[in-house]
Design a protein around this ligand. Structure first.
Ligand code: DAT
Ligand code: MG
Length: 143
């Protein structure tokens, strides 16, 4: 997900470019202001933490872009491409390292496991919004 700060700062294209140039396939994409209930469900694992309400307020504060990214090793690779949660610790070359300064404005979100990816995809998309197609360069990306 490209969070509201990334959208407001004009970073949608830069994030999408990194995903595309890596070779991963964007199979669903949606720009919307996340409703409060969806935000609470999205961040359910953080209920009770001191930053939880700020997180919900931030993620609902403007449009965000939700994506489903497909490819071998995509979950772990996207987390690496996003970088450490705190942009101050994220290494240069990562999205957060290159484009962020503080934890509460860290530009992007990435699912952290197959289970959370499945849960988050079901939360933000219906099955018919996921597109099944082949990238023409797949033979040059996979051995
Ligand atoms: P990540 O987004 O890297 O998966 P997370 O799941 O631990 O990190 O936290 C979700 C988001 O909550 C994170 O992107 C920014 C915010 N957050 C995490 N820890 C925080 C903290 N200590 N103070 C403020 N915001 C925090
Ligand atoms: Mg997380």
């Amino acid at each position: 997900m490209i969070k509201p700060d990334g959208v407001q700062r004009g970073l949608i294209g830069k994030v999408l470019q990194r995903i595309e140039q890596k070779g991963f396939k964007i199979v669903a994409m949606k720009l919307a202001v996340m409703p409060e209930e969806k935000a609470k469900a999205h961040y359910a694992e953080h209920v009770g933490k001191k930053f939880y309400q700020d997180l919900v307020d931030f993620i609902t504060s403007g449009p965000s872009v939700s994506l489903v990214v497909e490819g071998r090793g995509a979950i772990a690779a996207m987390r690496k491409m996003n970088g450490a949660t705190n942009p101050a610790e994220a290494v240069p070359g990562t999205l957060r390292g290159d484009f962020g300064i503080e934890t509460g404005r860290n530009v992007v979100h990435g699912s952290d496991s197959p289970a959370s990816a499945a849960r988050e995809i079901a939360l933000h998309f219906c099955a018919s919004e996921l597109v099944n197609f082949k990238r023409i360069d797949e033979a040059w990306l996979y051995e």
